[in-house]
Design a protein around this ligand. Structure first.
Ligand code: SF4
Ligand code: SF4
Length: 377
């Protein structure tokens, strides 16, 4: 069903690159970020615009393979390929890049990226406990000092708190839209969800983004109950980040007859879980909350199961599909435990899909997905 507010959102976000370039021309700095662990709030408190840089396109992979191993995950290769080709306007606009030492492929790629852009590498602990959170706070304090120096600004506690309040509003607005898919039937398709989250991550004006998301939530909340749709199998997609260009599996699931109602990854629902306590010391709160993100680079990674259980219940899903990019060892290994958890604890059907950004396996995946959906029926 076409929603006017969604069309408006698409029209406005079609101008994301232009809007970023205008803001830059007006003197704003731009901080490129690759991972959900990089705090938006520190860039915002420095007066800069944070933009997402994760590579989601197949086109930039061939050139990346001239320097990186072919066996590496497509997300790492695509991201690096953009730097080699100088073809990403968001990377081009970035005055500095903030990166996190997450998986091996990413952190080694950042060493090479440093030849193309100044990179601040945050040393992410890979366990979630108090010592690690304290260490992570120290990394954030280092980032504050670096951005203050680079941009000749002062990042006060008050500015950080303002940034925390702003991102809380943004995440609440995004959650308000994503949670519409809890309804049966869901008024949003998985492709709507993915496109919306992806576009929002490049929007330089957060206030405008909040207003547009609120409009979408309002319009769909009023319209959805009037719409009679046939219910399809409801899928919770979990695993690696996806975006427009790496949307193959979301699209295939839906063309085969399923409805992706929730996407538990860094592009989509993981973001809205980062709600900050506005009464605490902002750096400590940022460190604690960001570190709690349930990425498979954490060992152990207990929050992944807690979140899966809550999302499966809240979105009333019929099955869980775990997407893994080829070459991603952490998500691939973790998939075994996720499968066990989903089947035994949640009593839901489970399918793991390992693929890349190319179209070469589309037919093969289609056959597997169709068989899985038939089994659900
Ligand atoms: S899945 Fe993990 S490593 Fe990948 S973008 Fe998200 S936080 Fe970063
Ligand atoms: S998908 Fe896996 S290998 Fe690729 S960047 Fe994320 S954690 Fe690293």
């Amino acid at each position: 069903m076409p929603f006017k507010s969604l069309e408006t959102f698409n029209t406005v976000t079609d101008r994301n690159v232009l809007a970023l370039q205008e803001a830059k021309a007006a003197g704003r700095k731009v901080v490129g970020q690759y991972c959900i662990y990089s705090p938006l709030e520190i860039a915002l408190a420095a007066g800069a615009i944070p933009v997402s840089l994760c590579g989601t396109k197949n086109d930039s992979i061939a050139i990346a393979e001239s320097m990186l191993p072919r066996s590496l995950c497509p997300l790492v290769k695509s991201s690096f390929g953009f730097a080699l080709q100088d073809s990403c306007p968001y990377l081009a606009a970035s005055d500095i890049v903030v990166a996190d030492a997450t998986c091996d492929g990413k952190k080694k790629m950042y060493e090479l990226l440093n030849d193309y852009k100044p990179v601040v590498l945050l040393q992410l602990p890979q366990i979630q406990n108090e010592d690690a959170a304290l260490y992570w706070r120290g990394q954030f304090a280092g980032l504050v000092a670096r951005l203050e120096k680079e941009f000749s600004v002062s990042i006060s506690r008050e500015k950080l708190l303002d940034a925390v309040r702003l991102t809380n509003r943004l995440r609440r607005a995004l959650k308000g839209v994503l949670d519409l898919a809890r309804r049966k039937p869901s008024p949003l398709s998985g492709m709507d969800i993915l496109s919306l989250c992806f576009r929002a991550s490049f929007m330089p004006d957060y206030e405008q983004c909040i207003a547009l998301l609120d409009d979408i939530a309002r319009e769909i909340a009023n319209a959805a109950s009037a719409e009679a749709q046939t219910e399809c199998p409801r899928i919770l997609l979990t695993g690696v980040p996806t975006g427009m260009g790496s949307h193959k599996v979301v699209q295939l699931l839906e063309t085969c007859g399923a409805r992706v109602v929730c996407i538990d990854n860094c592009t989509c629902y993981k973001k809205v879980l980062l709600q900050m306590d506005e009464t605490r010391d902002p750096l400590s709160e940022l460190a604690d909350r960001y570190l709690a993100t349930h990425c498979s680079v954490m060992s152990p990674n207990p929050h992944r199961y807690e979140v899966l259980e809550a999302l499966a219940r809240d979105f009333q899903v019929d099955a869980v599909v775990d997407l893994t990019w080829q070459g991603c060892q952490t998500y691939d290994v973790e998939s075994w435990s996720v499968k066990k958890f989903v089947r035994e604890k949640l009593s839901l059907p489970f399918l793991q899909i390992v693929t890349d950004y190319s179209e070469t396996d589309t037919e093969q995946l289609k056959v597997r997905i169709e068989a899985f959906l038939e089994m659900l029926a």
